[in-house]
Design a protein around this ligand. Structure first.
Ligand code: NAG
Ligand code: NAG
Ligand code: NAG
Ligand code: NAG
Length: 872
């Protein structure tokens, strides 16, 4: 969020700028050591790995065994027990370390609860897995999959449909840094190992982050056979396609409040999802690294394959390998493990108006009224930290917000909502923090005393949201603060956690949480644990209402309960451009409810940039404008004509497309389909699609978009993912067939869109002030026939608010007949207009006044030709 203030804060405390630079791999003990190890192993001709499989057996579908780490200079073997299970049809390997407890307060086990947060509730375990073994190897078979495990040196070779797809530890980078004392350390080192920063973190001595458990990292390599296109592992301000890092910094996953960064960067950001995918025309793989500690990922690409070296600071060596036919199926399998996105309440797919800050109640209601005056729909207005009494969450500033209930009621009259911010840092010295201390549910320092740090309110404590005991308290606080309004929702910011005076802008890694686990082990899932507590609190308050929460920090599994945005961007063209691959990446890894601040957070966009950002932002699954406190006001009407008109048109187009977005989210909530979908998902056969990240589809709707993201752009040229016919659909208006390779002229009012032949899309085109007021509006159908004269499409509709399932309608057209098949129940689906286009004809069946409430058919004929066509 608000980094300028943070900078001022640091400077006023006399710290140098370099204090808040982030660790590079070379400066980070465990990354440094593992890169060093990999290099030495790769360069030594006679390297013999110390690891071997000592035993393996199968018991009721669960395969267990022990890997031994044998150090010849020691008399001891380090025992590393492992388990292999087939979860939701995918292969999971989980390895731990047998350790003797260390006296003292720290939990000395390896952290093994990442799965409790990342996975959905109940995973299906396939008990039909078959194990056969000989002296040197074992063979694991499940479905069309086979894994050959060689005992020494250890390798796993994965075959799918008889073809080799993935090899694990082929490079022998497997490294499990076992428990040892500092005194004995020399004896425990292999010649290939470095002992850099094993017992002391030298990065920032002033912040004195201790390493009470010494070295504990886990690492291994994955060779992807025949794959050179890799995706995922957000969050980074980088392209959709992952890059080779042999001569660069590795990708880092460590949730931080980053504020100095460049695009084209592997630096860590606010969230992390340790899921990497790779695709080629006949197969796709996914690697889900189940670890919530600080992690680095090195990628090396060769002409026809890639190697991934994954390194985490501690925890288990725990990963799931997914191998399927297509990228869609990989995303789906991942969702079967971590859960699919919640279907968001309908309002949250509308337009969100935010800035830091709307100053008072009157300001909020003025902005609210201006939307109607300018006939611009919106659903939600947001309050940043200044609404509180001196940054004390769960309070209102009584002077500026004397009657929040009245304000909420005014918003409610036109179906509008409020989102207020509540962060995990709690100011010291008022009843909320006093109660947290009394109940012993605060994050602790390494001495197991409550940790005090600095954040927006000044001195603060942090709620330990890993502690189950905090839930009742959190429920109670939310109930008190939010009652009785039903149109208020929440924003969870700064939950990396961001700590102004901590190392790397976060808390010290030796801080302690429930179960005596170090922050080091759980760091990347703290944000998830926090927004899940908030989600549960909202459900506790209103059990039948779907909650809406925006979170800045997130982890694998966050999609179940929250939306994310890409943090604090700059009002510059390059940030508009990079927002598309960032949101696409989030969709590839199962977190579709994502967006970037429209307009950019810092600075003042030109009117052209602001207009283009709205025209792009309407496609973000999460569509919110936001601005820094020092940025000039930029609500849509302030730009003036012609810009305000263009922005209004863009927002109205988003509202017309709400049925498409809602249906796409519905599909995503049952099978993980991306809402913003990269072209290679639509057609993995065409290799040209693999590197396109400035174009995308909206779910499976057939809507293909290429936003304008550079200044002064006058024309646009689409890349087409396949040989189907595509119709021009600029600004949502159906036009001619788009001629492959042609350049179209675009004005500042134009949003370039194509509609794929074979699609049927439902729209709601009447202007209303909010999505809630559109509830009973009739639909229009747009039908674009494919080369065979056929089309299909989907609509999902429900009350938009509760958990009651609604109606699913499958539309199809064949042989000049429109058909609808209906499952489920909701209000009838009224249709007022149907437009059908084929390569040669366009017919509009206006005023069709159909009410679909059960299966339905309508024959049609092409009567009028409105379109002047180029050849197909
Ligand atoms: C391995 O090779 C290195 C030189 O590359 C040599 O110094 C070392 O003694 C060799 N070790 C073994 C076990 O043969
Ligand atoms: C973690 O390890 C502890 C101790 O071995 C065990 O009791 C617990 O069930 C494990 N938790 C998970 C999620 O595996
Ligand atoms: C709609 O189509 C999907 C496949 O796209 C199918 O799974 C579903 O059963 C269909 N529903 C109806 C009501 O025909
Ligand atoms: C979409 C977008 O522009 N995101 C940027 C927002 O700002 C953060 C830095 O604060 C960048 O990292 C993102 O790339």
């Amino acid at each position: 969020m608000k980094l300028l203030l943070a900078i001022v804060f640091f400077i006023s405390y006399g710290c140098a700028v370099k204090d808040y630079l982030f660790k590079t791999c070379a400066q980070s003990g465990f990354c440094h050591r593992n890169r060093h190890y990999a290099k030495e192993v790769a360069n030594s001709a006679n390297f013999t790995s110390p690891y071997s499989v000592n035993s393996i057996e199968s018991n009721d579908g669960v395969i267990t065994g022990v890997i031994v780490k044998d150090l010849p200079q020691l008399d001891v073997n380090i025992e590393l027990p492992f388990e292999i299970t087939i979860v939701e049809d995918s292969f999971r390997f989980r390895l731990s370390e047998k350790r003797d407890p260390i006296p003292g307060h720290v939990n000395s086990d390896r952290y093994n609860e990442t799965e409790k947060w990342a996975f959905k509730d109940q995973l299906a375990v396939d008990r039909n897995v078959q194990l056969s073994k000989s002296h040197h190897q074992a063979d694991v078979k499940y479905g069309n999959h086979e894994v050959i495990i060689t005992f020494h040196p250890i390798t796993f070779v994965f075959k799918y449909n008889g073809k080799e797809q993935l090899r694990i530890n082929e490079q022998q980078f497997l490294n499990i840094e076992h428990r040892r004392s500092e005194e004995d350390n020399e004896l425990h080192l292999l010649p290939q190992e470095s002992s850099f920063d094993m017992f002391h973190d030298s990065f920032d001595d002033s912040k004195s982050d201790s390493l009470p458990l010494g070295p504990e990292s886990v690492a291994v390599d994955f060779s992807l056979v025949g794959f050179s296109n890799l995706y995922g592992i957000p969050e980074h301000a980088d392209s959709l396609l992952l890059k080779d890092t042999s001569t660069k910094e590795p990708y880092r996953l460590y949730n931080v409040d980053i504020f100095e960064y460049e695009t084209d960067s592997r630096l860590p950001m606010y969230g992390s999802i340790p899921f990497l995918t790779a695709t080629k025309p006949d197969a796709s793989v996914g690697i889900f690294w189940v670890n919530s500690a600080d992690s680095y990922i090195d990628i090396k690409k060769d002409t026809d394959s890639s190697t991934v070296h994954w390194i985490s600071e501690n925890g288990l060596l725990d990963f799931v390998v997914i191998i399927e036919d297509s990228p869609n199926k990989v995303t789906q399998q991942y969702g079967k493990i971590t859960g699919f996105t919640q279907l968001p309440p309908l309002f949250s797919l509308g337009y969100h108006q935010c800035r830091w800050n709307y100053n008072d109640q009157k300001d909020v209601l003025d902005v609210h009224a201006k939307f109607d005056e300018y006939e611009i729909p919106y659903d939600t207005i947001w309050l940043d930290i200044e609404y509180t009494d001196n940054k004390k969450y769960f309070t209102w500033d009584k002077e500026t917000f004397p009657d929040p209930e009245k304000m909420l009621n005014v918003l409610d009259r036109t179906g509008r909502n409020l989102v207020a911010i509540i962060d995990p840092h709690i100011k010291t010295g008022y009843d909320v923090s006093n109660e947290i201390l009394k109940k012993n549910i605060a994050m602790k320092n390494s001495a197991n005393e409550p940790y005090f740090g600095h954040c927006w309110p000044g001195e603060s404590i942090w709620i330990d949201s890993l502690n189950p005991d905090c839930q009742n308290f959190w429920n109670k606080k939310h109930k008190q603060f939010m009652t009785p309004a039903h149109n208020i929702y929440l924003w969870n910011d700064m939950n990396e956690p961001s700590v102004f005076n901590g190392p790397e802008t976060s808390a010290p890694k030796d801080n302690l949480f429930h179960g005596q686990w170090e922050l080091r082990s759980i760091h990347n899932l703290y944000g998830l644990s926090y927004h899940e507590r908030t989600y549960n609190a909202l459900l506790d308050r209103l059990p039948s209402q779907r909650p809406f929460i925006l979170t800045r920090s997130y982890f694998a599994g966050s999609q179940r309960t929250a939306a994310m945005w890409t943090g604090d961007n700059m009002s510059k063209w390059e940030y508009l451009k990079i927002s598309i691959p960032m949101v696409l990446t989030s969709n590839v890894v199962g977190m579709p409810f994502a967006g970037a601040d429209v307009g950019g957070f810092f600075g003042n966009p030109t009117n052209e940039l602001l207009t283009r950002w709205y025209q792009t932002g309407i496609w973000y699954p999460f569509f919110r404008a936001h601005a820094h406190i020092d940025s000039r006001r930029r609500e849509p009407w302030l730009a003036g004509e012609p810009y305000t008109g263009y922005i209004r048109d863009a927002i109205k187009l988003r509202y017309a497309l709400l049925p498409v977005f809602y249906t796409s989210f519905y599909e995503s909530s049952i099978n993980g389909t991306p809402v913003l979908k990269p072209l290679f998902y639509e057609n993995p056969q065409n290799l040209e699609n693999y590197n396109i990240d400035d174009e995308f589809f909206v779910g499976n709707s057939g809507i293909l978009v290429k936003p304008i993201t550079s200044e002064g752009e006058k024309e646009v040229q689409f890349a087409l993912p396949d040989d189907e016919v595509y119709y021009d659909f600029t600004n949502g208006v159906l036009g001619k067939v788009y001629k492959k390779g042609s350049k179209q002229e675009v004005g500042l009012d134009d949003i370039p869109i194509l509609l794929k032949g074979g699609s049927i899309i439902p729209l709601k085109t009447r202007y209303r002030r909010s999505s809630k007021l559109m509830k009973l509006d009739p639909y229009s159908l747009i039908i674009a026939l494919d080369k065979q004269g056929k089309a299909t499409g989907k609509l999902y509709a429900d009350d938009g608010e509760t958990f009651t399932k609604g109606v699913e309608v499958n539309f199809s057209v064949d042989k000049n007949t429109i058909r609808a098949t209906v499952t489920g129940e909701y209000l009838p689906i009224p249709i007022e207009k149907i437009t059908i286009v084929s390569g040669h004809d366009l017919v509009t069946i206006a005023n069709s006044h159909v009410n679909i409430n059960s299966n339905w058919e309508l024959p049609f004929e092409f009567t009028s030709t409105h379109i002047d066509h180029d050849e197909l």
